[in-house]
Ligand binder design. Sequence first.
Ligand code: PMP
Length: 419
Amino acid sequence: MTDNTNKAPSQTLDVARIRQDFPILGRTMNDKPLVFLDSAASSQKPNQVVEAISNYYQNHHANVHRGMYTLAAEATDLFETTRTKIAKFIGAASTKEIIFTRNATEAINLVAYTWGETNLKPGNEILISEMEHHANIVPWVRLCEKTGAVLKVIPIDSDGRLDLTSLDSLLTTKTKLVALSRMSNVMGTINDVAPIFAKARELGAVTLVDAAQSAPHIPTDVTELNCDFLALSSHKMLGPTGVGILYGREELLNAMPPFLGGGEMIDQVTFEKITYNELPHKFEAGTPDIADVVAFSAAIDYLNDLGMDAIRQHEIEITAYALKKLGEFPWLTIYGPRDTNNRGAALSFTVEGIHPHDVSQFLDSAGVAVRAGHHCAQPLMKALGVDATTRASFYIYNTDAEVDSLCEALLDLRKFFQL
Ligand code: PMP
């Protein structure tokens, strides 16, 4: 590893202390220290989250919202505490606006199936962007197929930002929904969605933000974002897998039909007619992933204790360092903006003459875990003129020394391929 002693450590986070909470980061991989640079796919979990899962099962488990006994009330309290915490974390007005789903994908699909199928008519338009993840493309394409609505797409410019020059013709009174990602999972681009959403709302459109990549890394406030819906996944923000959040404005959620039918989401059931439960339970059919929802609370505490502003600052620093170091390689192409004020810590690149899958495999042999492929963003790959990229992504526990390890492994890769 390169001598790193002269470099100033992060001014914002005590990364060495943070790393102690993540035993997995002390592992070796292929006889090398693990350098985990794939948090954009899923973050690692601190001990506090893992312990919250076992503590829940060892001491508090019962089904929620049903039992009259004390243990069931305890489990329900723990479950609802997470709802309260995430409402505060994203600035929601009420816990009624927080729906637990399995992941961000399910949250977006919920909106497509309920709000979308009820409100869209032939000729209505849905506006998304060229840099969306498939989770924010596929539900809308399918909705268009079902309803006769038309999908419109904001293109990207050569820097990997939204190209808003044609926004006036794309966003019109025909637009009924604008669904945009706040941060690209491929290029790290941070989209300033608030002014676009403000205009959309003036025109009577509903707005949805895909916050799967942004919520773990930058402060989130649904009022500032001007959004009607927001989707995120716990597993990308230190929490367990199996838990997602749909935020929806109360008025809209009230007007929407339910998504799945079954226990918990009902008020009265007869064979002739069903009436539905109040928010948020109307959208939470069946037994939820209680333990993981409860443990998500520990992840939110962890992020709040560090402070989202400090997390953002740490990521600006490490991304700036990675952009500088990788920028020194003339045989490497970086995709997306270079200005760290407008980008997050997901960084995609290609290496001249070597397929991204081979890059990733070679890096793995050096202990460096990165993702390679289309990153569930095939239309974006097409716009970038590639079929795949290699992506390194950083989080609270990554260090400049790990960026150095990535760079050294890339130099070794070139030697290996005799380039
Ligand atoms: N949107 C974006 C921008 C993402 O990066 C991801 C996950 N890669 C998703 C949505 C979907 O998240 P999940 O797979 O947790 O549903």
